[in-house]
Design a protein around this ligand. Sequence first.
Ligand SMILES: [Zn+2]
Ligand SMILES: [Zn+2]
Length: 406
Amino acid sequence: MTSTRTLLVALVGTVVALTGLTAQDDRITVRAGRLLDGTGRIVENARITIDGSEIAGVDRLRGAVTYDLSGMTVMPGLIDTHVHLTSHFDADGETHDDLDESPARTILYAAENAYKTLQGGVTTIQSLGSPLDAELRDAIARGSLPGPRILSSLGAIRESTGTPDEIRTAVRQLANNGADVIKIFASASIRDGGELVMSPEQLEAACGEATAVGLRSVVHAYGTEGVTAVVEAGCGGIEHGTRFDDETIALMAERETYLDLHLELLWSNYDEYRSAFIGRGNYTEMGYARMAEARRAGLDTFQRTVSHGDVKMVFGTDALAGAHGRNTDELVARVRIGRQRPMDAIVSATSLAAESLGLGDRIGTLARGYEADLIAVPGDALADIVALRNVRFVMKGGVVFKYEAQ
Ligand SMILES: [Zn+2]
Ligand SMILES: [Zn+2]
């Protein structure tokens, strides 16, 4: 019943927005009880004016508005820097290998995931990533299909990709295919122990070639040895991280490496859907035991990194089947158990995440000239971060995709 109501509201919202688009001169205005601009600034009783797909201005003028969100906290649409858009449960309730089914079916599941993600308040994602992401990315960008803006790696570089020369060739191939970022597995899966498996030469080839073709690199790595090797190879971002020492934290701060440390949603989702994962590949009893250990160690690592204060911690969830649309659970956990300040958590998912994607001048901030991506949650999100689980308003590129009045 809830999902039907949500869909109806979404459709009504879309109609409102489309009506607005037909009258080209009509600007949309939004009243925010409290506006968080994404960079740390707070404006009470703000008015946001949207012209087409962009924000035309933010002021405090009174008067009638198109959307009165005066009881809500309004912030930029959230940015999740690590999801797996095509990951889904099949009709039997279990995960599967992409190769088992038609690309058409996989893409439809991915479209469902994209819709849920957008409704959950995430207006931009980085998918790390299936080659099939490209079709959905381009379809959503055409403007009719509801979903977040998508960046994708379209694949990954692994130790098994080969020699440094073979790795450079593979990076160029991904770039030619239209990848937005290069995903690299420097360490083994945590279910296989998470040890560093790439040589320094392989890492430098992967991250160096990414830079040479104008792409960012994000690297799956664990532990002091793995994370240090990745940072020293000049790679741009660390995925997962965890189990690294204080020297590594200082090194990441010095090199301005982006860190996306998954604290909670990834693990709780694996526990919740244990029966859907267990028995496939390295999802064994031993694999689950190693994930439980990584979760414990990750909390300590996250808290130490937060208390250091100078590491560029960005928001990402590693959302797989079961987690799409619940992305903000991770942000809530980062505050409640990770000890990150609410404003820092929100900045990590807005302006800082945008900066990490190379989109810091287009999204992630509510200011004139930025894309009109904004969301609202009831009450004061800074006082009660759990409000982020209750996204009531979603606008992407000036189009309203969700509006549940108070
Ligand atoms: Zn399937
Ligand atoms: Zn991942």
